[in-house]
Design a protein around this ligand. Sequence first.
Ligand SMILES: Cc1cc2nc3c(=O)[nH]c(=O)nc-3n(C[C@H](O)[C@H](O)[C@H](O)COP(=O)(O)O)c2cc1C
Length: 272
Amino acid sequence: MDWKVTAMYFSATGTTKKIIVGIAEKLSENINGERKVTIQDFTLPDSRQEPKQFTANDIVVFGVPVYAGRVPNVLLKYLNSVAGNGALAIAVTVYGNRNYDDALIELTDILQANGFTVIAGGAFIGEHSFSKTLAKNRPDDQDMAIVKEFAHQLKVKLIDQNSVEPVEVSGNRPYRYYYIPKNEQGEPVDIRKVTPKTNDRCTNCGLCTRLCPMGSIDSEEASKMKGICIKCGACVKSCPVNAKYYDDKNYIRHKEELEIDFSHRREPELFI
Ligand SMILES: Cc1cc2nc3c(=O)[nH]c(=O)nc-3n(C[C@H](O)[C@H](O)[C@H](O)COP(=O)(O)O)c2cc1C
């Protein structure tokens, strides 16, 4: 059987994209003899307008970053509109070295409920969206070697063992509630309304406006917000003149706490 391999992902700062495209290309090479894959990137708002349909010939390597230990809730409506129609899926979450908590099991359940058979899962690590030091430059070469190993194991399951058994991944049902940051007193703080500031280095080049996954940055005046901010890091990390930053004290405290408490390198986990 000739499989059509698709790399499908949301990736504001590119770490999920690197893992998903890496798995999909290697898998395609292993099972079809060529690295060619279809890219279905649903990071930008326009790309989430059309519902996506697959068929039984498709294998979809499907990835989202972990937000607050779960699948990003701003994506749930779109994710529920993706129809598997008997396609196979590999569910992958990418997290910033704290924990993926129940994100992988949640993504697996969503895909199964939408008509995919999820034959494997993976939890990988990417540089944390809030930080330039936590899991810095990951996925790195070691991670990409595990991507290659995962693609090999997928080929063994699919072709050598001719198996499309659904996978069990780690996580709890019911899922844990969204991870909530705390202040110095250990009290929960709500940083959902926090938005980035813009300093006077901004030239209004328009890059952050084009990259914002929520379409929230004004196209004439980049310091103006016209929608919600999910703190995905796209504007801060992509700005060529470092004009975007957060100065909210709870956000900064949370980021610094993560950098200290979760500096120990975590390794990818594969479920197959
Ligand atoms: C709002 C938000 C919440 C996050 N929550 C977690 C988390 O619970 N655990 C974790 O390890 N990383 C967390 N991260 C970090 C991202 O999962 C991680 O940096 C990921 O690699 C980003 O993927 P991307 O580069 O494809 O955007 C969070 C990031 C954001 C923006």
